[in-house]
Design a protein around this ligand. Structure first.
Ligand code: LER
Ligand code: MN
Length: 282
């Protein structure tokens, strides 16, 4: 499994669960990429304001300079900054949301990374019934999954906890939805913070998702770096090994007590898993 750490380029998300922030996007990237490489991370995961910034922020140069990969790109600024949602009652907003993600997929694919659909999935409320919202979500995932495939990437769909969505909060339900819809190019982003709230047994839930697990947000139960809460990281790692997961463990966590310590705790927690390498059964 590969390691990644998050870098936030969105000023509205300065209090959000990302390790590296900056007073400017350039500063966040400069510091985030340098420290990620020095600490031995394989990659960074970037949360940009949108496709234009992702294309123009100098990320490609920083990745090359530091020998880092790009693990994934978050699309949440479409919601945080522009209030776009794939399940909005207004069709024009749904289309704008889809277009925003489509453009992000193009830029992210050029940088070798998949795009994440998290908060942009929205929720069912008001005139939008649950059935309507699921239909809108399915249509968007079909369209964007095909678009990502055309760019040689998968698309990542992230179930969120009940305080952030009322669509899919458990990874097993999301997996059944993706399988039922035949969404073959859409994989699950399993965020251990959300799973800690929603799953009876996070390790078993990961095993049930099998090869649909496409990315992991490596966060402890309190959304601080792994080792700060009560998540049983060893059993999670064994579950991921059991299903042959070879993707990223990416630290989408608060910079607690500070970014440097959060990054160090994360890489230490991932290195500690190497000692479990011989245990491949649950
Ligand atoms: C995004 O990866 C996520 O986990 C959400 O909680 C952000 O709102
Ligand atoms: Mn997440």
């Amino acid at each position: 499994m590969k390691s990644a750490v998050t870098v936030c380029l969105v000023s509205e998300a300065r209090q959000g669960p990302f390790v590296f922030h900056g007073t400017t996007a350039a500063e966040a990237l400069q510091v985030g990429c340098r420290r990620a490489a020095e600490l031995g991370f394989d990659a960074v995961e970037v949360f940009p304001t949108g496709p234009e910034q992702l294309a123009d922020c100098g990320l490609a140069g920083r990745l090359t300079e530091h020998g880092l990969g790009l693990a994934a790109v978050g699309s949440g600024a479409g919601w945080v900054r522009h209030k776009l949602s794939l399940t909005h009652a207004d069709e024009r907003i749904r289309t704008e949301a889809r277009d925003f993600i489509e453009l992000l997929i193009n830029v992210a694919a050029d940088l070798g990374a998949p795009v994440i659909i998290g908060s942009m999935q929205g929720r069912h409320e008001g005139d939008v019934s649950r059935a309507d919202a699921i239909e809108h979500l399915a249509a968007a995932l079909h369209h964007l999954g095909r678009h990502a495939a055309g760019r040689g990437q998968t698309l990542l769909y992230e179930p969120l906890n009940r305080y952030e969505t009322n669509l899919f909060t458990q990874v097993g339900d999301a997996a059944s939805f993706l399988r039922g819809q035949g969404l073959h190019n859409v994989k699950l982003l399993c965020d251990l913070f959300h799973m800690n709230i929603e799953e009876a047994d996070p390790a078993a839930a990961l095993v049930a998702c099998g090869d649909l697990v496409g990315h992991v947000h490596w966060a402890d139960s309190n959304r601080r770096p792994m080792g700060s809460g009560h998540t049983a990281s060893a059993s999670i790692a064994m579950a991921l090994r059991h299903i042959g997961y070879a993707g990223y463990l990416s630290a989408e966590v608060f910079p607690h007590p500070d970014a440097e310590t959060a990054a160090r705790m994360t890489i230490d927690s991932i290195r500690a898993l190497d000692s479990l390498a011989s245990c491949s059964t649950l």
